[in-house]
Design a protein around this ligand. Structure first.
Ligand code: SF4
Ligand code: SF4
Length: 446
């Protein structure tokens, strides 16, 4: 069986957040294979834990993937501050006689943005609305590479490493079966230190905001990188719970057109024509709907929603990212896409000076007090029940191949990717009995 078949069978979707099926991504032939090990969200420790503890597995999978992609090199891009991770990878590279290279970067946000990392490593700029493949690169998250190593050993993607931090009893990295509930994860991290808490699924800059009640309904999926527990009165809950009309009214009335949001926008700094201050200016004279008719509004489609403009740049505490997402949704409704071209993009000459230190990003997001901590161990556990969604990836949902009452074992296929469609297989993450099947397969552990 070749690498693509093994990855397809194992059901691997990118662990970095988007969940793009890896067997599709690796169908390319490229010049550079880049591993995103920046873990740029300030509070997460998952990728760092993986690099410290599975360096040999990562390097050996890197070699195989690089050869499969026909790439002339494989570069792991990470921060120079990751001393232990670098040492661990260097030992593995040496002992395996590997040609994998490390590329170190400063601790800035968003070092792990796919387009930023391509530029940092190769000096190339991915065209506006393009992908790394356009400049001869494939980028994979380091945890995805570890999952590929498992796939090479015929082990499906059934478990996930994730960070639990913020106001928890003990910040920790967990290794749990897919489908484990947030509540079980929280309990293993020592519970919440506060009653009135708010949850971010992912990192503070780009994570998904959830109330305690919403979080209680979530489970760990292939793209879950962590949960952050925050006091309700901290900055992020207020940013995320601001009503849309209030966001628009404030944008119309309080934007002073200082242009900081544009000057610090990482995609603008790469030379892409995204200028959030102009979107804010135009909004002052109309509505989201009328703005979407403006020829310049199409540039909002270039926003990667990194959050720099609203959590770091804006002195008026306005929400240009949220406005961009509203404009993007309106444009999508109208069927508008960004007109990709062969134009060459040049980074701004001030880009180096406008990189945002990670710790300052964490501070401005109101999460600075949780920034400095070390993870030494990982907690593993198996809950009594798992609820495994049949869609944990980009594309169509997997189709269930089990029914209530079936006995299943860990690693057994329970959802198959429909033939010829973009998607990924789903496997049972435990030994147990299927309790119910809908868009989620619920399995009780034996
Ligand atoms: S969220 Fe703001 S800073 Fe980030 S890409 Fe979008 S416009 Fe630029
Ligand atoms: S940073 Fe804030 S105030 Fe300044 S132009 Fe952007 S949205 Fe307006």
């Amino acid at each position: 069986m070749n690498l693509i078949d093994k990855i397809f069978n194992a059901g691997i979707a990118g662990c970095g957040g988007a969940g793009f099926p890896t067997h599709v991504k690796y169908k390319a032939q490229v010049e550079h294979f880049i591993i995103n090990a920046a873990e740029c969200e300030p509070l997460l420790r998952t990728d760092r834990y993986v690099m410290c503890n599975f360096a040999r597995e990562i390097i050996s999978a890197c070699e195989i993937i690089r050869d499969h992609l026909g790439a002339k090199d494989c570069i792991i891009a990470l921060k120079s501050a990751y001393k232990e991770e670098i040492a661990s990878l260097e030992v593995a590279i040496l002992s395996l006689g590997s040609k994998v290279r490390l590329h170190t970067m400063d601790s800035f946000y968003p070092a792990g943005d796919e387009q930023v990392i391509v530029h940092e490593v190769t000096g190339r700029v991915v065209p506006a609305a393009g992908i790394p493949l356009d400049v001869g690169c494939v980028v994979s998250n380091v945890a995805t590479v570890l999952a590929v190593n498992d796939a090479l050993n015929d082990k499906p993607f059934t478990h996930k490493f994730l960070t639990m931090t913020g106001e928890v009893g003990e910040p920790t990295v967990l290794h749990v079966p897919l489908g484990t509930s947030f509540s079980d994860c929280l309990e293993k991290a020592g519970g919440a230190n506060i009653d009135d808490c708010f949850v971010i699924c992912g990192g503070p800059m780009m994570g998904k905001p959830l109330t305690k009640e919403e979080a209680a309904k979530t489970v760990v999926t292939k793209t879950t990188s962590g949960y952050i527990i925050l006091p309700r009165e901290s900055r992020l809950p207020s940013v995320h719970t601001t009503p849309i009309q209030h966001t628009i009214n404030r944008a119309k009335s309080a934007c002073i057109q200082c242009t900081y949001c544009t000057q610090l926008c990482p995609r603008h700094m790469l030379g892409h024509p995204i200028e959030p201050h102009k979107i804010m200016r135009k909004l002052a004279c109309g509505s989201i709907e009328s703005l979407a008719q403006d020829p310049e509004a199409v540039n909002a489609l270039l926003c990667c929603e990194c959050g720099v403009c609203e959590l770091f740049a804006c002195p008026m505490q306005l929400l240009p990212r949220k406005v961009n997402t509203l404009v993007k949704a309106e444009l999508a409704k109208n069927g508008v896409r960004y007109p990709k071209s062969d134009k060459e993009y040049l980074p701004d000459q001030n880009r180096e000076y406008r990189k945002i230190p990670s710790k300052r990003a964490a501070n401005r997001a109101g999460t600075g007090k949780y920034y400095d901590y070390k993870i030494k161990t990982c907690k593993e556990f198996t809950p009594d029940t798992v609820c495994i969604p049949l869609k944990q990836h980009i594309g169509v949902p997997a189709e269930a191949v089990v029914k209530a009452g079936d006995k299943v074992s860990c690693g057994q296929l329970i959802g198959a990717c429909p033939e010829g469609k973009l998607g990924a297989n789903i496997h049972s993450s435990v030994d147990g009995i299927v309790k119910s099947v809908s868009d989620v397969v619920v399995i009780n552990i034996k």
